[in-house]
Ligand binder design. Structure first.
Ligand code: 6GU
Length: 253
C-alpha cells in the first residue's frame, strides 16, 4: 500500500510513522508513506493555498487549484472518475462520513494507493469533494483544526489490517469492533497489585470459564461505554441472557 499525504504541514508527520506496526510495515516493504507539501503546487510568489469564502464569512478556504494539481501529478487523474484502479483519494474533513473499522477494512482490502488530503477546519473548496475525492472522511464528532491528526489515525487503522502487518495474523479479527462489541478487559501479572485483584476465573486457567467470562465482560464494557453498539451487534440468545444478568448486576452495584 502506498500512501500520499497532501498537507500544508508536512513537518507535523516528522516522527509519527516511525513507531510500532507502521514502522515495521514500512521496513518490511508492505507500506510506503510519502509526504507532500501542498505549497509545492502553488505558482504565486506567496505560495498561496487559501482564499476568502465566496458569500462572505469567517475563515479561509483551501483553494482547489493546488489540490487538483497535486492529485493530478500523483495519480495522473484530475477527476475521481479517471483514477487508476485500486486508487482512492480521501479528503479528511469534519463533514466526512465516519471512519469505522468497516471503512478501514474496505480501504485495506480494495486499495493499493491512498491519496490523503488534509483539510483545514475552516474549509476546503467543495469541488474537491464533488469531483476529485472518492471519499470524504471524518474521524469523529469533534473538531480538529486540521486533517493532519486524522491522517495519522487513518494510516494506522488501515496499515494494521494489511496482510502481514500484525505479528499474529488473527489478532485483528478478535478485537473491538471486528465483532461489533468492545473488547473484554485484559490483565497481566501481578495477580494482586495495590489491593486490586485480577478476577479469579482468569487465574484459574479453566478455558471454558475464561471464554464465558470474557464474553460477558465484553458485553458489560459495551453496555456501559457504548450502548449504541448493542443495537447493531450480532448477539446470540446467550448474549442476550448475559446482558439481562449485567443489567441486574449493574442496578444493584
Ligand atoms: Cl478529518 N478533520 C477535521 N478538521 N476535524 C475533524 C476530522 C477531520 N474528523 C473529526 N474532526
Amino acid at each position: 500500500m502506498r500512501f500520499d499525504i497532501i498537507t500544508i504541514f508536512p513537518g507535523f508527520f516528522a516522527s509519527v510513522f516511525e513507531y510500532g506496526i507502521v514502522k515495521r510495515a514500512q521496513a518490511a516493504g508492505l507500506v510506503e508513506i510519502h509526504l507532500h507539501d501542498l505549497r509545492r503546487w502553488t505558482s504565486d510568489r506567496h505560495r498561496t493555498v487559501d482564499d476568502r469564502p465566496f458569500g462572505g464569512g469567517d475563515g479561509m478556504v483551501l483553494k482547489p487549484e493546488p489540490i487538483f494539481a497535486a492529485v493530478e501529478e500523483l495519480t495522473g487523474a484530475g477527476r475521481r472518475t479517471d483514477l487508476p484502479a485500486r486508487t482512492r483519494v480521501v479528503l479528511l474533513s469534519p463533514q466526512g462520513k465516519p471512519l469505522t473499522q468497516a471503512l478501514a477494512a474496505e480501504l485495506a482490502a480494495s486499495a493499493n494507493r491512498l491519496v490523503v488530503i488534509c483539510g483545514r477546519y475552516e474549509g476546503v473548496d467543495e469541488r474537491v469533494a464533488e469531483a476529485l475525492a472518492t471519499d470524504e472522511v471524518s474521524i469523529g464528532d469533534y473538531v480538529l483544526s486540521g486533517g493532519e491528526p486524522a491522517a495519522v489515525v487513518l494510516v494506522d487503522a488501515v496499515v494494521r489490517l494489511l496482510p502481514g502487518a500484525l505479528g499474529s495474523a488473527t489478532s485483528a479479527a478478535h478485537e473491538s469492533f471486528a465483532a461489533g462489541v468492545l473488547d473484554c478487559p485484559h490483565y497481566t501479572r501481578p495477580a494482586e497489585f495495590r489491593g486490586l485483584r485480577v478476577p479469579e476465573v482468569l487465574v484459574s486457567g479453566h478455558h471454558a470459564r475464561v471464554a464465558a467470562w470474557r464474553r460477558k465482560e465484553a458485553l458489560r464494557k459495551t453496555w456501559r461505554n457504548r450502548p449504541d453498539l448493542l443495537e447493531r451487534a450480532p448477539l446470540s440468545d446467550e448474549d442476550r441472557r448475559l446482558l439481562e444478568e449485567i443489567r441486574r448486576e449493574e442496578q444493584s452495584a
